[in-house]
Design a protein around this ligand. Structure first.
Ligand code: UD1
Length: 423
């Protein structure tokens, strides 16, 4: 298992090119199942989750090819026919987003068998709304031997209200509804930019969708969809992580290939901590870390609120801010595993239920720590960059799931970080 070795204390300086959004590329890849023609996706990040979904799609019957571009990859996927409708437990347990194949499989082929994801490190994360929505669209769903078994002749348009806002739930049902008979209205839908990006791709494929990016999405089903070519949006969480990296090291970075308007909440909240962020051209941001960060509270919310996927990175920054910051996590019930590791490095954090109080500024000292999930690992990298001495992060496969060669990008802007590969 690979580890990162970090020598902290160097302010980061230079330019970082932000990759395509993993969370936009995954549903786009799943959408390719909706047509027998080819779907070409540009700016696909080179991360492990993408490789995982690609092999799942190939198991289902897709042919795919990949071209390595200067920035990101171009992935072409074509599913002429279904070989096997099953997403097995081994894959779904590695990556919950595998459940995104459920809607497209039922809509186009009338059948799907997808393992239930089970628990995961950051909370229970059920898929009940995906299933309830598909049933409302006319699918028959049974659960057997840990698998979701779904059947439908042709899905029928309906109105579905999400009790809880769900990003992949919205994406799954939006994809399913594109091939349903009649109109579907999704109420209390997720408004994330990744949902909008998926709607843009689906429209290029011939889908009739209105309202993506608002809580009410209207989809008029069509008989079939065609192939399309699409460029994935930049990863707002990777961008946010590099903004935090400049902030925590007192550095100065220019981020290229970003979509600043997707980062409004992140820019506002890091600004309250004292991190200075300015636009730099149309798709760039310049960030300067202050001499002293100041404490500020934050609550995670659905988009356009502050993303839960930036909560761990925010916590690392808060450990270095003067004063107490209260962090409230409203999306996932158990997303503070990084707090324990940060405490081992010297942070003062008290977690009570969904709230964490971070008292700063505490001197961080390098220590051996363990990554527990994707974004938790990012917060440990940030803490390692700010700590005195050496930090060793174990289980970096978590970070490889969603960050494209983060150590190389960091090294290029002056960080002392290296990967140790063990057999
Ligand atoms: C997506 C993102 C993930 C991000 C999360 C919240 C992808 C691939 N992943 O995950 O990075 O952290 O959004 O922004 O895009 N819920 C239910 N029932 C359901 C579905 C969800 O109760 O059927 C609950 C979840 O337990 C959670 C909340 O809804 O408390 C939001 O989860 P959801 O938006 O579904 O997260 P994901 O789509 O899995």
């Amino acid at each position: 298992m690979d580890r990162f070795l970090i020598q902290g204390g160097t302010p980061l300086e230079g330019r970082v090119v932000i990759s395509g959004a993993k969370n936009a590329a995954l549903p786009a890849m799943a959408a390719s199942l909706l047509t027998d023609q080819g779907v070409v996706l540009h700016n696909v990040p080179r991360v492990r989750d993408i490789a995982t979904l690609r092999s799942l799609l190939e198991d289902l019957g897709a042919d795919s090819s990949i071209t390595h571009d200067e920035i990101g990859n171009t992935l072409e996927i074509r599913t002429r026919r279904l070989i096997n409708p099953e997403a097995p437990y081994e894959l779904v347990k590695q990556m919950r987003a595998s459940v995104l194949v459920l809607g497209p499989l039922v809509a186009r082929f009338g059948e799907a068998r997808v393992s239930l994801p089970g628990g995961c490190a950051i909370g229970a994360r059920p898929v009940n709304l995906h299933l309830k929505g598909l049933e409302k669209l006319g699918a028959t769903i049974t659960l057997d031997h840990g698998y979701i078994q779904a059947h439908a002749d042709r899905l029928k348009g309906t109105t579905f209200y999400f009790d809880t806002i769900s990003v992949t739930g919205t994406e799954n049902l939006m994809m399913a509804a594109t091939l349903a008979e009649g109109e579907t209205v999704l109420e209390n839908a997720a408004r994330e930019p990744e949902v909008q990006d998926l709607a843009n791709l689906l429209r290029k494929m011939g889908a009739d969708i209105e309202g993506a990016g608002t809580p009410r999405i209207c989809i008029r089903g069509v008989g079939s969809l065609r192939g399309a070519e699409h460029t994935i949006i930049p990863d707002r969480i990777e961008a946010g992580t590099f903004l935090a990296a400049a902030g925590i090291t007192g550095g100065n970075l220019v981020l290229e290939h970003v979509e600043p308007q997707h980062l409004n909440a992140i820019i506002a909240k890091l600004g309250e901590l004292g991190v200075e962020i300015q636009p730099c051209g149309e798709h760039g941001l310049e960030v300067r870390g202050p001499a002293t960060l100041r404490a500020s509270d934050v609550t995670t919310q659905e988009y356009p609120g502050f993303p839960t996927d930036m909560q761990a990175q925010y916590m690392a920054l808060a450990t270095q801010a003067e004063g107490s910051s209260v962090i409230t996590e409203t999306i996932f019930e158990n997303r503070y595993l990084h707090a324990l590791e940060l405490m081992r490095m010297g942070a003062d954090i008290v977690v009570e239920g969904r709230r964490a109080v971070v008292r700063g500024k505490r001197r961080l000292s390098g220590a051996p720590v363990q990554a527990s999930d994707l974004r938790a690992s990012a917060s440990l990298v940030l803490a390692g960059l700010a700590a005195s001495g050496e930090t060793v992060i174990d289980r970096v496969y978590h970070i490889d799931r969603g960050y494209e060669r983060i150590e190389e990008k960091l090294m290029r802007v002056g960080a002392k970080i290296r990967r140790m590969t063990e057999d």
